[in-house]
Design a protein around this ligand. Structure first.
Ligand SMILES: C[S@@+](CC[C@H](N)C(=O)[O-])C[C@H]1O[C@@H](n2cnc3c(N)ncnc32)[C@H](O)[C@@H]1O
Length: 262
């Protein structure tokens, strides 16, 4: 893999870790390097030292930096056919008397965990069936908690689903209804740095680890398997494959959906 050999840049990443509590060293380095350099050029800044001062001193620049490092693009029922398939597995699990708990890891602005909550509603799951939704970026979590969305997030939702689960506002935005919201708990969590909760029937982690290098991905998948109940499912993004799934204790149910073996 292409390595970035730049001591100044390494120093910058260490400072970001120290001051912002974000470890970018597990991310694909050439990508992080390219994006930071783009921001330096945009603001006419000559050195990483100067840029660090800028992001530590001004919320606006800090938000822009976080935004560029962690792409937040998402939508409801992203890849609808895969969600349709997953719904069948969830259907069997919600009958489990131990209760159903899902985790949307890297949930961005909330479309993904609310998708799981809507599926639970469609299946008339008991109200204790819940979703933990986590992300590194506090800004996206604020937006997720507000639960107000533009048309571009809604493309996979037909009229009936929109009416059932959203309040339409005069300005054309859609707000998720309180009974759907109440199934989801949002928390800030870093998948690289922090310990994981456990006892999940389903973990959805899509379009997040694509930014990480292979050793970091491996570690994260191992921790996901530990966090899953036996028989629980791991749903990954539509360009992501876990090549060593057998070694991790998973079976492949279909492309991008894995199940923890007993
Ligand atoms: C492209 S979005 C994916 C959203 C959703 N999962 C989907 O597939 O539509 C990637 C999200 O991963 C989050 N992320 C990046 N690094 C992370 C980390 N180390 N821990 C937790 N979340 C992270 C970003 O903040 C961003 O919101």
């Amino acid at each position: 893999m292409f390595e970035v050999n730049d001591p100044e840049f390494d120093w910058f990443l260490q400072q970001v870790k120290k001051h912002l509590n974000i470890d970018l060293t597990g991310y694909k380095q050439h990508r992080v390097h390219r994006r930071v350099n783009m921001l330096l050029r945009r603001h006419n800044v000559e050195s990483y030292r100067e840029y660090l001062k800028m992001i530590l001193g001004d919320q606006k620049f800090r938000d822009e930096f976080l935004d560029k490092m962690t792409i937040n693009v998402t939508e409801f029922f992203r890849n609808p056919e895969k969600w349709g398939e997953l719904q069948n597995y969830i259907k069997d699990m919600v009958k489990d008397l131990r209760g159903f708990r899902a985790w949307s890891a890297g949930c961005s602005t909330g479309e993904e965990p609310y998708t799981i909550a809507m599926i639970l509603e469609e299946l008339r799951a008991p109200s204790r069936a819940s979703v933990l939704a986590t992300d590194l970026d506090p800004w996206v979590l604020e937006k997720a908690k507000r639960g107000i969305y533009e048309e571009r997030s809604m493309v996979n939702l037909d009229e009936a689903m929109r009416n059932r689960y959203f309040i339409k506002h005069d300005d054309g935005t859609y707000e998720i209804k309180p009974f759907v919201k109440s199934r989801v708990t949002f928390k800030r969590h870093d998948l690289i740095l922090e310990p994981y909760e456990n006892g999940f029937s389903l973990i959805v982690c899509r379009n997040v680890v694509i930014y990480f290098d292979q050793p970091t991905k491996d570690k994260i998948y191992r921790k996901f398997v530990e966090a899953l109940n036996t028989g629980g499912y791991l749903f990954v993004g539509s360009t992501e494959r876990i090549f060593n799934y057998r070694e991790l204790g998973l079976e492949m149910v279909s492309p991008f959906i894995y199940r923890k073996r007993g």
